[in-house]
Design a protein around this ligand. Structure first.
Ligand code: ADP
Ligand code: MG
Length: 332
């Protein structure tokens, strides 16, 4: 979905907003599946398969450090786009939990509803059924505790310098003073290696550098959950790998909670510690995979390649029996 810039001049200053294009989204509270329980059972027949050893809560606490309580709870979430002509069901009965310091990946083919799920968690779309809660509180709209980094390179207002871009939401949402906001902006720009470009304008940066600015801006907000929607998909392969490594280094440093969307199986295995596999349109949960054992170093190895093949089967094999077998095989 495109991001639209809405700009308006007010006095000498420009007030800027950028919003998701929600004009086509007609949120509804009709609980379609409640009226058709038989269809629900049939349509939701895909079994949930947990592949790989699932860390116990205690193990997760050791891996993640002291902040590993359940942060996000997504329960039976169905999402739809409604227009006068038709209804598009984007996801159906999707459930998962994200714990503190997880690097949780939503993986599935294009059109399976990953972005829609992320938008719902960000609070831009309301589920037609099911619930989303953050730290025990229902999500009722957008908030500074959830920040999204998108794929597009045009997330940065072009009339602001790099540092101003990072500082702006800190001033607006976190209510920091100009000096405090700049200080924090420079701190996070340093983390992504862009100190030298603090006073540059976005059009002078490469795509990868613009994404670094977007990541610095998001981290500077210190959200409870960082939401990333295919943030590296438009980058060349080498830059993409570098950005993945950098993101993992940043995570090592700050142990933030990440919800990362991708359609690349390899990227999911490298970036995530847990992966939720979603079926093609409309997205339903196919399986959950534990992937904390993988890193860039494991890419190309036999084990890694086998995991890619298994995940591919789990994603695209529509026969649930075969899927179940694939799940059992993968967990050996
Ligand atoms: P993904 O991010 O996994 O590629 P999306 O969440 O973007 O998938 O889309 C899920 C489904 O919802 C797709 O079938 C897509 O065509 C549809 N969709 C996405 N945005 C809109 C919209 N604004 N209006 C109507 N349908 C939409
Ligand atoms: Mg998408």
């Amino acid at each position: 979905m495109p991001i639209h810039w809405l700009g308006s001049a007010q006095g000498a200053r420009m007030l800027t907003f950028y919003l998701l294009d929600l004009r086509k989204v007609n949120v509804t509270t009709t609980r379609f599946w409640e009226r058709a329980p038989a269809v629900r059972r049939e349509a939701g027949a895909a079994e949930r398969v947990v592949v790989g050893e699932r860390p116990t809560h205690a193990e997760r606490a050791v891996q993640a450090g002291p902040h590993s309580e359940r942060l996000l709870a997504i329960e039976n979430v169905s999402l739809e786009y409604r227009s006068r002509e038709r209804i598009v069901r984007a996801t159906q009965d999707v459930s998962f939990d994200v714990y503190g310091a997880d690097r949780f990946v939503l993986l599935g083919p294009s059109g399976c509803g990953k972005s829609t799920l992320l938008k719902a968690i960000a609070g831009f779309i309301e589920p037609v059924s099911g619930s989303i809660s953050l730290a025990g509180e229902p999500v009722r709209g957008p908030g500074a505790d959830r920040v999204v980094v998108f794929q597009e390179f045009d997330q940065l207002p072009p009339w602001k310098t790099v540092a101003e871009n990072v500082a702006f939401p800190l001033r607006a949402a976190r209510k920091l003073s100009r000096a405090e906001a700049r200080e924090r902006a420079l701190h996070y720009l340093d983390k992504v290696g862009l100190t030298a470009f603090a006073d540059a304008y976005p059009h002078t940066l490469s795509g990868g550098m613009k994404q670094r600015v977007a990541i610095a801006r998001a981290l500077a907000m210190q959200p409870r959950v960082l939401l990333m929607d295919e943030p590296f998909a438009a980058l060349d392969a080498l830059t993409r790998r570098k950005m993945q490594e950098e993101l993992l280094r940043l995570w090592d440093d700050a142990r933030f909670t990440l919800l990362f969307v991708t359609h690349s199986i390899e990227e999911a295995l490298v970036v995530g510690n847990r992966i939720l596999l979603l079926s093609p349109h409309p997205g339903r949960v196919r399986a959950e995979v534990n992937s904390h054992a993988y890193s860039h170093a494991s890419m190309g190895g036999v084990d890694f390649r086998e995991s890619v093949a298994r995940i591919h089967r789990l994603l695209f094999d529509t026969d649930t029996e075969a899927n179940h077998e694939a799940g059992k095989e993968a967990s050996r």
